[in-house]
Design a protein around this ligand. Sequence first.
Ligand code: SF4
Ligand code: SF4
Length: 205
Amino acid sequence: MLENYIIYLKFLENKLTKFFDKQKPYIRCQKGCGLCCQNAQFPYSKLEIDYLMTGAWQLDLETKKLVAQNINRVIQEKNNFKGKPDEFKYDCPFLINNVCSVYKYRGIICRTFGLMYMGEDNKAKIPFCCFKGYNYANVIQDGSGVISSEKVKALGDVEEPVAFNISYKFLTCEDFEQGFKIKFGEKKPLIDWFINNNEKQNLAR
Ligand code: SF4
Ligand code: SF4
């Protein structure tokens, strides 16, 4: 199954690379940013977490220890969280010194961070980091999250910003499962895969 998933990831990566290229004038992503790996929920399917763990087991011992510490800290934070469990947000435990320690093995949601996308309500969504001065920040109306056509025009001969069909729901739908002979399986927040799972939780042992 993981072999077929790797083929699917290659297909997805090809698509996303083209999308990022098209949006180049608006993209500010760079190694060491890591903002999109913080304060979120990170949906992961069983298939994705299995693949992520194949990368995690290959980390050097020092990095494994740091990740394991992060996992245990986030689980503790979740246990102490007073709000609704499905509202709990956290920094991804695999983010070490603002860099993804399992980049090649990261999940689907991680691969789509940073692009404008179509929401389930069929409205275009701009990545949150536009409000921090990153992606699409050069073309939004001040503080509004709405694309300003005047600002786009002022950039000269560039492609318009496009909202792509890259929602997590779509990219993990049955059509892709059938097409690539994969099964995503259960989906839940990344950290939940480590709760009550000693093998995953004790990565460093
Ligand atoms: S797996 Fe990597 S890319 Fe994905 S949220 Fe965690 S640190 Fe970020
Ligand atoms: S998507 Fe935004 S927050 Fe994430 S790396 Fe790119 S610029 Fe930074």
